[in-house]
Each structure stands twice: as structure tokens, then as C-alpha cells.
Design a protein around this ligand. Structure first.
Ligand code: URA
Length: 263
């Protein structure tokens, strides 16, 4: 995995015998016995020292060759995707992929829920829960996503109103959206305009519940404003908050419950 998940929100390293006990392998004492018997490996190396610590997000622990994970059930992580990464778990041409930014070894089967363009930054959800991903991406679920777009020119009231009512794209009209012009001083603008908003540009906040290819860019283009930078800060019940670019964190129990409740 990546050091990029080495944020404060990562589960702190814990003693290996505690990890094994919490994973339900054996009691703390029983786990120590497994370790001293040389039956436990961390990242492929025998770990018989009782002081050994592991990071559940990074290290791969196995007992008698069988990988042990801390929590049964599904993994859920959010990543603040940097620009320049493809939303795919591998690329035949060797281009940078989001897979290199998340702990795929600790969570085999992790995949991104939906897509962001290579040049789009922001909130990308990862899970091992295929059913939940399917539900979140299904058009009938209406998962609202909020984007912040730095655009050329300043959209007029009429253009903003057209966007919010729906614009005609080549694959059909868009559903109603929530659109507003953001104030330069609003901190939500920072990911797309870290200093000042460049002259002749504006920042638009736009929430949509559809997920068509390049949808926000095409919507803005339909009213004559090219998107220069695009960032997603909200995905359904999840908000990116202060997760740094290139970093990620596991979802809290409340966030997981909010996802499970979507239908
Ligand atoms: N809309 C876009 O145009 N691009 C994205 O990456 C996401 C939404």
C-alpha cells in the first residue's frame, strides 16, 4: 500500500497478538503461542517476537499461510484523488492508477465506486462490497455528488438556471441539478483555485445525481463555459473534509451505516 494513507485517521499499529485476538484467531495468550510456534507471518516473514507490531491497513498477517483480516465484512475507504491518476486498478500502458494510492494488499478485491476523470481531483470511494457499489451507481438510487468547477468566464443567472433545470447533451437532457456561483473567499473553492480565482474565471458549485461520462464538463460546455479544473468534495452521504490530496482514510462506522442505508 501507500504511505499516502498514513494519516492520523489510520488505525494505529497494534501488537500482533492483539491483532490476532481481535481478528478472532485465538485468545491473546493462544495467539502468543501461535507466534512463538512460528506459525504467524507478517508480510511473508515469520513473526515470533511478542513485541511485533502491525498496521492493519498495511501489513498482511497470515496464520499457517492463511491471511487474517481484522474485521470480517467489507472494506470502505475514501481517497482524495490527485490529478494525473486514472480511475482504474491497473493500466496496460503503465500509466499512474488510483490502485497505487490505496491498500490493495490489506484489502484484496478493493475497487473504486464510479469514476473521476484523470484530471479531476477529490473524493473517490473504494470498497470490496460489490452489491453496495452497484446500488450506489444505479441511476434509481439518486446519489448526489457535489463538484466544484473552475470555469472560463462567469456564468449568467440564465445559464445557471438552465443548468439547474437541465441542459441538452448529445446523450439526452440532464436531470435537474443544484448550481450556484461560489464566492472567491469560500474555502470550498481552494481545491480548484488555491490562490485567487484567476482573472476571467469563476467557480461554480454543482450537485448532480447522474453519473454520465464527463457530465459536469459537458454541462458547463453546453452553457458556454469550459471547465479548467474539477474537484468532487461530496459523494452521497460522504464528505471529503480535510483529507489531503493523495491521502485517504477508512470510513467511520457512521459513514458506513449511511452508505448501507442508501436505497
Ligand atoms: N464530471 C466530469 O466531467 N468529470 C468527472 O470526473 C466527474 C464528473
Amino acid at each position: 500500500m501507500t504511505d499516502s494513507l498514513a494519516s492520523d485517521e489510520r488505525i494505529v499499529p497494534m501488537r500482533l497478538q492483539r491483532f490476532l485476538a481481535r481478528a478472532g484467531v485465538a485468545s491473546r495468550r493462544g495467539s502468543e503461542n501461535l507466534m512463538t510456534a512460528g506459525r504467524v507471518t507478517v508480510n511473508g516473514k515469520v513473526a515470533s517476537e511478542l513485541g511485533t507490531k502491525v498496521d492493519p491497513l498495511v501489513d498482511v498477517v497470515a496464520v499457517d499461510g492463511v491471511v487474517v483480516r481484522l474485521s470480517e465484512g467489507f472494506a470502505y475507504l475514501m481517497l482524495n484523488k490527485p490529478a494525473g491518476y486514472l480511475t482504474t486498478m491497473s493500466d496496460p500502458h503503465g500509466r499512474p492508477c488510483v490502485a497505487s494510492l490505496v491498500p490493495t494488499k490489506a484489502y484484496p478485491g478493493l475497487f473504486p465506486v464510479g469514476r473521476l476523470d484523470a484530471d479531476t481531483t477529490g473524493l473517490l470511494l473504494f470498497t470490496t462490497n460489490g452489491e453496495l457499489a452497484h446500488r450506489m451507481l444505479h441511476p434509481s438510487t439518486h446519489v448526489w455528488k457535489h463538484y466544484v468547477a473552475l470555469v472560463k468566464g462567469t456564468p449568467s443567472k440564465r445559464e445557471l438556471s438552465a443548468l439547474s433545470q437541465g441542459v441538452e447533451l448529445e446523450d439526452g437532457p440532464t436531470a435537474p441539478a443544484r448550481v450556484s456561483l461560489l464566492d472567491d473567499a469560500d474555502p470550498v473553492c481552494r481545491p480548484v483555485a488555491p490562490g485567487r480565482v484567476p482573472r476571467g474565471h469563476a467557480v461554480v458549485g454543482i450537485s448532480i445525481h447522474e453519473g454520465r461520462k464527463h457530465q459536469v464538463k459537458r454541462m458547463m460546455e453546453a452553457v458556454g463555459h469550459e471547465v479548467v479544473r474539477l474537484h468532487r468534495d461530496v459523494f452521497g452521504p460522504l464528505a471529503l473534509g480535510d483529507v489531503a490530496q493523495g491521502s485517504g482514510r477508512e470510513l467511520s462506522a457512521e459513514e458506513r451505516a449511511a452508505l448501507e442505508a442508501l436505497h
